[in-house]
Write a protein that binds this ligand. Structure first.
Ligand code: DX5
Ligand code: ZN
Length: 227
């Protein structure tokens, strides 16, 4: 099985001690920092912007930062986050005017492009785009808040995208990640892995626990058990 990436969402971290929280969760075994950007328009919540991403880099965080844009206008934020040290930048296709242009812009600025799909977003937007992406982010809750329940129809969606990525992989040798975001917990992560995800966002399940390392280790064990 290919390597899997655990990406704690800082949405559930203690923002008053963000640098320390990110250091601690990476030391606890996380691979990637998931960075949720909400604008109070595209989603009904307001979080953090490029200044905070830059602050984490300046604090010494060298792990990949996975910026999940739930905000408009997308392209201007892409410039700002690329300059602020983002590694991945994912956006929701309905939030931008020109999906292909946004993918190209993210790539041009040296970041890894991803498309984020809401629970009711069909897969058509992956036509003509999938081969240009480094990441497909499947939202398994409606975007806007941490701590929501996993939506089960996401499993079928993950499996369908996994098949498309694998089909493409045989042709192009691609490295496209399939990320799941929302309601991921130790007790459902095995089913999610079996459906084909290889990058796992978890906010409340990790930051809501006393022992980050314990939760991450349990998640890895469950993923491995999925085979
Ligand atoms: C929701 C965010 C998620 C969220 C996940 O809009 O995109 O990244 O923080 O949080 P949990 O794991 O608590 O569902
Ligand atoms: Zn997210």
């Amino acid at each position: 099985m290919r390597d899997v990436l655990i990406a704690p969402s800082i949405l559930s971290a203690d923002f008053a001690r963000l640098g320390e929280e990110v250091e601690v969760v990476l030391d606890a075994g996380a691979d990637v920092v998931h960075f949720d950007v909400m604008d109070n328009h595209y989603v009904p919540n307001l979080t953090v912007g490029p200044l905070v991403c830059r602050a984490l880099r300046d604090h010494g965080i060298t792990a990949p930062i996975d910026v999940h844009l739930m905000a408009r206008p997308v392209d201007r934020l892409v410039h700002d986050f690329a300059a602020a040290g983002a590694t991945y930048i994912s956006f929701h296709p309905e939030a931008t005017e020109h999906v292909d242009r946004t993918i190209g812009l993210i790539r041009e600025l040296g970041c890894k492009p991803g498309i984020a799909l809401n629970p009711a977003t069909p897969l058509e937007c992956l036509n003509f785009t999938l081969e240009k992406l480094d990441l497909v982010l499947v939202m398994s809750v409606n975007p806007g808040f941490g701590g929501q329940a996993f939506i089960d129809s996401s499993l079928a969606k993950l499996a369908a995208i996994r098949a498309r990525i694998d089909a493409l992989g045989r042709i192009a040798g691609n490295e496209i990640r399939l990320e799941v975001d929302g309601g991921v917990k130790p007790d459902n992560i095995r089913r999610i892995a079996a459906a084909g995800a290889d990058m796992f966002v978890a906010g409340s399940a990790i930051f809501g626990a006393e022992d980050y390392a314990g939760v991450i280790a349990t998640m890895r064990k469950e993923i491995a058990a999925a085979g």
